[in-house]
Write a protein that binds this ligand. Structure first.
Ligand SMILES: C[S@@+](CC[C@H](N)C(=O)[O-])C[C@H]1O[C@@H](n2cnc3c(N)ncnc32)[C@H](O)[C@@H]1O
Length: 249
């Protein structure tokens, strides 16, 4: 980041980071060269200010590369999450920490996501969900709020097994996620959802974008969970989102 006349300019790597490197530094460089990001060269390296980046996201990324399923509303206020909660991928907007405060241990493999998350009374720990550092039977509840969409399908099994292991008997594993259709020949390569999350009288607005490189259907999580030993207690589909509650018996 460079500052000139009180305006901050991000470099190629920092812009790529906004997209969790899903849009590579090489691609960002090419967008600058093609004039699709209105940039300036500082010390011979491309940079752009926030206004140029916002314009690029709205007019290039969202229009040319994104399958946007639009705005969905999630109401958390009546959702029961009891006891000590482990929130998987709990950085970002840290919605479950915003909802349940000091009950929550939020883990995320990306330090920045935790550091930049809104303040909460919960604990934040850098940890990979594939290798949880907790003892068996530690948590009453585990949550994954629009996290699995960010995780490669081949990692789902080990992550579900880890979650099962750290949950207490009768503990619940609660998932909110997207239904992602097969991409087929569609040229767009980013899946995007806008969310309005109601937490009591507070509304959090956010958007989650991820490479459109997998399919998530209504059975993706339930089949896997069943094989590991979970019982499905609830499963609700609302347009392009799914909410599921499992129990470890
Ligand atoms: C978009 S966020 C999910 C939204 C977040 N739960 C919220 O409330 O805003 C997905 C998060 O999952 C994290 N993540 C991806 N793979 C992970 C893994 N294997 N273990 C832990 N966290 C992971 C990412 O770093 C990212 O912060």
């Amino acid at each position: 980041m460079k500052e000139i006349d009180k305006i901050q300019y991000l470099n190629v790597s920092e812009i790529s980071e906004i997209f969790h490197q899903k849009i590579t530094e090489n691609e960002i460089e090419k967008y600058f060269e093609a004039g699709k990001i209105n940039g300036i060269k500082i010390e011979n390296k491309w940079h752009a200010d926030q206004e140029a980046i916002d314009y690029f996201i709205k007019n290039v990324i969202l229009k040319e590369r994104t399958y946007n399923v639009g705005l969905h509303t999630i109401v958390l206020s009546n959702i029961k999450l009891t006891g000590r909660i482990l929130d998987i991928g709990g950085g970002g907007q840290a919605i479950i920490s915003q909802f349940k405060g000091e009950q929550v241990v939020a883990i995320d493999s990306n330090r920045n996501e935790l550091e930049e998350a809104p303040d909460s009374k919960g604990l934040k720990v850098i940890m990979d969900a594939k290798e949880l550092k907790f003892l068996d039977n530690t948590f009453d509840t585990v949550t994954a709020f629009f996290t699995l969409m960010y995780i490669p399908v081949e990692d789902f099994k080990i992550i579900f097994e880890e979650i099962y292991r750290v949950l207490k008997i009768n503990g619940n594993f609660v998932i909110w996620d997207v239904l992602m259709p097969v991409k087929g020949n569609d040229k767009r390569d980013i899946f995007f959802i806008e969310l309005k999350v109601k937490i009591f009288d507070k509304i959090a607005e956010t958007g989650f974008g991820v490479s459109w490189d997998k399919e998530i259907n209504t059975d993706t999580f339930t089949n896997l969970a069943k094989n590991i030993g979970f019982e499905t207690l609830e499963k609700k589909v609302d347009k392009d989102t799914i909410y599921i509650r499992f129990r470890k018996n």
